[in-house]
Unconditional design. Structure first.
Lengths: 200, 92
């Protein structure tokens, strides 16, 4: 038996009960949310571009992305429109693997997508095994409606941060709000603190 | 009135209700000019994507964003950056 008492393992909850962030409800299907037409990106033209605060660029083609070690995270998703979906199974490349060789002193990231969408988050939230470039969902290639061929997956923040059709990550010294963040949504978006809107 | 559903977007008539909360006139009958491609037409003809954290209305010509509206519990955020002008009919 370990030193840590079982009493410190957290709140006990009734069998079968599911703990959700405040204000969320459970859904079994996978709603499709989109602020525009669904981009169709051929794999031979797909690229991921990381640009540092000194304009240094790092680029991965699809085949280069596929050659990197993959991980298979099983994570809960929380959408700011109040649905949550639990234990979703993904396959992707950790941002640690992609950003490990990038020289930067930046503290923020502005993620951009094919189609023009953007979202911002602290660079630290993309690291330490908490974010992936995901290209398979539930054992299949990620369909365009859910962000295929590849999307960002940052499940500890509201799902609008997990940019579909991810194309670029710009590393910034100062935070720069993205598409929904300039229209009233929270800069950080922690579902457990219910940070939906500015001021929450 | 609910706009016709076309693929995954609606027409601009679906902006009437949410914008009526902000404007004294029916903005859907106004003529908006796209800041990106210059196309002018009634706001009712914009392509509205409602399945999102806010309403996003795009130009039917170039698909750039012309209007965004986010309604929080205590305020509305209206972004008209993509709308070069909005010509609103008024009584002569």
């Amino acid at each position: 038996m370990g030193i840590v008492s079982p009493g410190f393992r957290g709140r006990r909850r009734p069998a079968g009960a599911t703990e959700l962030p405040p204000g969320q409800y459970l859904t079994e299907d996978f709603p499709v949310l989109s602020a525009g037409p669904t981009p169709r990106v051929p794999l031979d033209r797909w690229e991921l571009l990381v640009t540092t605060e000194t304009d240094q660029q790092y680029r991965w083609t699809w085949s280069e992305l596929m050659s990197l070690p993959t991980e298979s995270p099983v994570v809960d998703l929380h959408c700011v429109t109040k649905w949550s979906k639990l234990a979703t199974a993904w396959e992707g490349v950790s941002l640690d693997a992609l950003l490990g060789g990038v020289e930067t002193a930046a503290e923020y990231a502005l993620v951009s997508s094919y189609g023009g969408y953007t979202t911002n988050l602290p660079l630290a939230d993309l690291l330490d095994g908490r974010a992936w470039i995901a290209f398979r969902y539930d054992g299949r290639d990620l369909v365009p409606e859910h962000g295929g061929p590849a999307r960002l997956l940052v499940p500890h923040l509201y799902l609008w941060k997990s940019a579909k059709w991810v194309r670029g990550i710009r590393l910034l010294v100062r935070d720069r709000p993205g598409f929904w963040e300039t229209a009233g949504y929270h800069d950080y978006g922690d579902p457990w603190r219910e940070q939906r809107y500015q001021g929450d | 009135m609910t706009g016709e559903r076309i693929d995954d977007y609606l027409d601009g008539n679906d902006l009437a209700g949410p914008l009526a909360e902000l404007f004294a006139v029916d903005v859907t009958v106004a003529t908006g000019r796209c800041a990106s491609c210059g196309l002018a037409g009634p706001v009712a003809m914009l392509r509205v994507y409602p399945h999102a954290p806010g309403l996003v209305a795009r130009c039917p010509g170039c698909e750039e964003v012309m209007l965004r509206l986010v309604r929080t519990p205590d305020r509305a955020y209206l972004d008209l950056r993509g709308m070069l002008t909005l010509a609103i009919p008024l009584p002569a």
